[in-house]
Design a protein around this ligand. Structure first.
Ligand SMILES: *[C@@H]1O[C@H](CO)[C@@H](O)[C@H](O)[C@H]1NC(C)=O
Ligand SMILES: *[C@@H]1O[C@H](CO)[C@@H](O)[C@H](O)[C@H]1NC(C)=O
Ligand SMILES: *[C@@H]1O[C@H](CO)[C@@H](O)[C@H](O)[C@H]1NC(C)=O
Ligand SMILES: *[C@@H]1O[C@H](CO)[C@@H](O)[C@H](O)[C@H]1NC(C)=O
Ligand SMILES: *[C@@H]1O[C@H](CO)[C@@H](O)[C@H](O)[C@H]1NC(C)=O
Ligand SMILES: *[C@@H]1O[C@H](CO)[C@@H](O)[C@H](O)[C@H]1NC(C)=O
Ligand SMILES: *[C@@H]1O[C@H](CO)[C@@H](O)[C@H](O)[C@H]1NC(C)=O
Ligand SMILES: *[C@@H]1O[C@H](CO)[C@@H](O)[C@H](O)[C@H]1NC(C)=O
Length: 539
């Protein structure tokens, strides 16, 4: 094409001042010479156009997004097998020069369009996400087996890594300049995906935020089976109904544990300070059985609230902590985690579709640790390649103390293994690159009576956006500031919207403290973050 000189000059001038996209860039886009990456579509969405996209795993239906170009790719993940993954890159016209990869929950099974649209594009990031190599719902594991090894590896780590490489190349060709920095945001299985990248592909990201990570995948699934065995089936004497959890157990936990932090507000700031005693609810003769506990139920609660060990004393996983009872029924009785655990043992471990939770035994934990299908575990404590001075990556992790699907003990456990490794093997100070934040009262990734909105995934998309996009209220801005300005986050401020819906207004704000500090009430308005401090006290 022959362009008049004026257009050449104009083009150079525009390219020199800022990299941005446009309708014509998008419509004309093709991908040049990226091996094993097929470009399938580029679709332009003008500002405030209806973005109504759904797949088996994720959907978005919004008309308030800034202008962006949606690029769709098919990545061949293993040429011999012909296995592939779908990846999308969403490229805002008004680009901030950064890429943000967002993770997937559970068994994944679709590009996380909801977070590309709710987090990446509105804040000017070019967003990357993959379906992890298969289509399906969060709880569906049937795609994996038996023996669909390449799909399992794609889900375990390969699709994310290849998508980051391909996505960065799309960004470079689209804006005609490479991204300055690369970030990651994910929770649950998405937390696992982020830690896997930190451990195996330290070059992929400069800053990584992981929530409630499912990183000890083998042990998490074993634990979830154990937790379900503690409560199911509904005909067993240890079964407790949802009403009992919410109306009998929850109030008693609060009666015993809430006041320790100086504020009786339905939030237990550090549940390790209280050892819940269910015996106080023991049924008296003639008492209505829906309002009290039998000996079998009390024993089950002791198992549920304890760290879990196999009979041979192998440590499996942390337990529940007091404070999330209103939600614990849904974690225990098969809503999400149980289905993933069962699918995992059926389709990736035993390859026996008739396997049930009652077939679980300690030998299976040993077997799954040995097989680790798809190399899904992300438990390597040696993260020096990512955080060391050559790469200088930063890692922020968070968890909710009232998590009903992944024990908060797991987040602390991984952080502590890294801490110990670094102390034993390096001169590095963990505080310089890895910080762990706790959210009292928060359920899995979001929700609960908690300051559970602070800019991570699954929050804005569940009607709980951060109070502000600044680095004190928005964990994504906090990791950017740490990476690019060297300002480490000390505390963050989360917000609780009434009934967890921004439309109902702000309920309260609270600091989120960095482990091992915990929230302490200083006095004054309990709805204001300034009435609290983060202080150290021994659990
Ligand atoms: C492709 O780019 C050219 C020049 O920038 C522009 O005139 C044309 O409209 C674009 N094509 C489409 C389909 O937008
Ligand atoms: C990618 O495109 C090539 C060339 O058209 C085609 O042969 C190949 O099957 C495509 N790969 C995938 C995974 O769709
Ligand atoms: C989005 O698509 C779904 C499914 O096709 C449809 O039910 C819904 O009405 C659409 N939303 C809007 C705002 O058009
Ligand atoms: C690719 O797939 C083939 C066929 O399933 C398998 O033998 C090989 O190990 C796979 N390669 C990798 C790197 O996973
Ligand atoms: C990348 O960073 C440099 C230096 O801060 C800045 O001048 C440039 O505009 C940035 N690039 C993009 C694409 O934003
Ligand atoms: C089940 O299949 C997976 C994936 O092919 C394999 O790694 C594992 O060894 C199989 N399990 C058993 C018990 O054979
Ligand atoms: C037992 O308690 C439950 C829950 O409070 C109540 O719904 C039920 O009516 C009570 N049953 C009797 C026999 O009082
Ligand atoms: C930790 O990882 C680094 C970088 O990969 C490696 O050089 C070092 O040997 C490892 N340290 C230990 C104790 O394994």
């Amino acid at each position: 094409m022959h362009l008049p000189p004026l257009f050449v000059l104009l083009g150079l001038a525009l390219g020199a001042t800022a990299a941005s996209g446009s309708q014509s860039t998008c419509s004309n886009f093709t991908l040049d010479d990226v091996p094993n990456v097929n470009f399938t579509a580029a679709t332009y969405y003008p500002a405030n156009a209806l973005v109504n996209i759904s797949n088996a795993y994720s959907s978005i239906d919004e008309s308030n997004l800034p202008a962006f170009c949606r690029v769709e790719l098919v990545i061949t993940t293993n040429t011999t097998a012909g296995s592939s993954a779908l990846t999308e890159v969403w490229l805002p016209d008004d680009w901030n020069g950064r890429v943000l990869t967002v993770g997937n929950g559970g068994m994944a099974g679709g590009v996380t369009v909801t977070e590309l649209g709710h987090v990446a594009v509105p804040q000017g990031f070019a967003g990357i996400s993959t379906n992890t190599g298969h289509d399906g719902t969060t709880n569906d594991g049937a795609w994996a087996g038996p023996h669909n090894d390449n799909a399992i590896v794609d889900w375990g780590w390969r699709a994310v890594h290849l998508s980051v490489l391909a996505g960065k190349e799309v960004v470079k060709q689209y804006y005609e300049t490479a991204a300055n920095k690369s970030y990651y945001l994910g929770c649950s299985n998405g937390g696992r995906q982020g830690l896997k990248e930190v451990q195996e592909f330290p070059e992929d990201f400069d800053g990584v935020v992981v929530g409630s990570p499912a990183n000890w995948w083998t042990h998490l699934q074993a634990w979830s089976i154990h937790m379900n065995l503690n409560t199911e089936p509904s005909t067993s004497p240890h079964f407790m109904t949802e009403d009992m959890w919410q109306d009998v157990i929850a109030p008693e936990v609060m009666r015993q544990c809430d006041e320790y932090d100086g504020l009786t507000d339905g939030i237990i700031n550090d549940p390790r300070t209280c050892s819940f005693r269910p015996e106080t609810l023991t049924c008296r003769p003639g008492q209505n059985a829906s309002t009290c506990l039998t000996g079998d139920q009390i024993s089950a609660l002791h198992r549920i609230y304890a760290d879990y060990y196999e009979a041979d004393q192998t440590y499996v996983f942390g337990g529940y902590y007091p404070g999330g009872e209103a939600r614990y029924y849904s974690g225990l009785v098969g809503k999400t985690q149980f289905k993933i655990g069962r699918a995992y043992f059926q389709f990736m471990v035993t390859n026996d579709t008739s396997w049930t939770i009652h077939d679980y035994n300690a030998d299976l934990l040993a077997l799954t640790d040995e097989l680790d299908p798809g190399q899904a575990n992300a438990i390597d404590p040696n993260i020096t390649a990512f955080v060391g001075p050559e790469h200088n990556g930063k890692l922020i992790q968070y968890f909710g103390w009232a998590d009903e699907l992944i024990s908060p003990g797991n987040a602390i456990h991984y952080y502590e293994t890294v801490h110990q490794f670094l102390r034993a093997n390096t001169h590095l100070d963990i505080n310089d690159f890895y910080r762990l934040f706790s959210v009292p009262g928060m359920n899995h990734c979001h929700g609960g009576l908690a300051a559970n909105a602070f800019g991570s995934v699954e929050q804005a998309s569940n009607n709980s956006p951060p109070l502000s996009l600044d680095a004190d209220h928005n964990i994504l801005a906090a990791i950017v500031r740490w990476v690019e300005e060297g300002v480490a986050p000390d505390t963050l401020t989360g917000v609780y919207y009434n009934d967890n819906d921004v439309a109902n207004g702000v309920g309260f704000t609270r600091p989120l403290c960095r482990y091992p500090y915990n929230l302490r009430y200083l006095g004054g308005d309990p709805n204001s973050a300034s009435s609290f401090e983060c202080a150290f006290h021994q659990a």
